[in-house]
Design a binder for this molecule. Structure first.
Ligand code: NAP
Length: 242
């Protein structure tokens, strides 16, 4: 058992890592990546930066934390928590060093990252070193987040690079420990994917296949469900190419 102070029995936070974390302590802390996001929908850009952060920084794993009611998106509709969770579960299922955390989804009220980090710190204390993974644009906005200076004391920030936003990462003067993730830039955004889906266009090759199926079967983003366009000569059903 770890030598850290008892802080109560946490609910399952990271089902794949909780047992490992329970064995860790401040002398041999686990390095855990966190990728927070709205994930509406999750796409290959998200998975790629998480995978590169995992490999480049020797992380034990990456915990994906979908937002509940994000403070910065209160003015626009987002897909239900359960749809976003279902898409994430499908996207992460084949990667043993990725895991899904419901903390923000299950916490009532508006979502702020600082609340999540304080909760994780309360449960895990010094048994875990937290590495918060962000894209290049998010890295530039960190100083505007609620209690940004407190966030800076709790995590190391791992920031993806993008062309034109390379080495000079602004931190708004706050003392973030900010380190780059070397990635292949994938210019994919969830909002563009929603627009494509609404227009009935293909999401193949930009989201994992199970996510594409989920969007189609549940008619998310205004997509019509599973369109059948004809019968092949052998009688097999041919789907629309999207
Ligand atoms: P999102 O749109 O789903 O994106 C999730 C993350 O993936 C972001 O860091 C985003 O960075 C990055 N990303 C998206 N597409 C990418 C691509 N093609 N290549 C590389 N990286 C890519 O989620 P979000 O709504 O921005 O939220 C991100 C996190 O920030 C959440 O944990 C949220 O809680 C937190 N946040 C907190 C506050 C606050 O506490 N006040 C305010 C804002 C955000 P880019 O945006 O750079 O693409």
């Amino acid at each position: 058992m770890s030598g850290r102070p008892a802080v109560g029995t946490p609910p399952p936070i990271a089902p794949r890592f909780d047992a490992l974390i329970a064995q860790a302590d401040a002398e041999a802390p686990l390095k855990l990546g966190i990728l927070g996001g709205t994930f509406d929908p999750v796409h290959l850009g998200h998975l790629h930066i998480a995978e590169q952060a995992y490999a480049q920084y020797g992380l034990t794993g990456v915990l994906f934390i979908p937002t509940g009611r994000p403070a910065w998106k209160l003015d626009r509709p987002i897909s239900s928590a359960e749809d976003r969770i279902a898409m994430l579960s499908a996207a992460l299922s084949d990667n043993p060093h990725f895991d899904l955390c419901r903390l923000e989804i299950d916490r009532p009220g508006v979502t702020y990252t600082i609340d999540t980090l304080r909760t994780l710190k309360a449960y895990w204390a010094d048994a875990v070193e937290l590495y918060f993974i962000v894209g290049a644009d998010a890295a530039h906005e960190l100083s505007e987040w609620r209690d940004a200076s407190a966030i800076a004391t709790l995590v190391t920030i791992l920031a993806a690079r993008r062309p034109g936003v390379l080495s000079e990462q602004s931190d708004g003067g706050l003392p973030f420990d900010l380190r780059p993730i070397d990635t292949v830039p994938l210019d994919i955004s969830s909002s563009e994917l929603r627009t494509l889906a609404a227009a009935g266009r293909s999401l193949r090759y930009v989201v994992p296949e199970p996510v594409r199926s989920y969007i189609r079967e549940h008619g998310l983003y205004g997509e019509v469900a599973h369109e059948v366009v004809g019968e092949a000569a052998d009688g097999a059903v041919r789907e629309a190419i999207r």
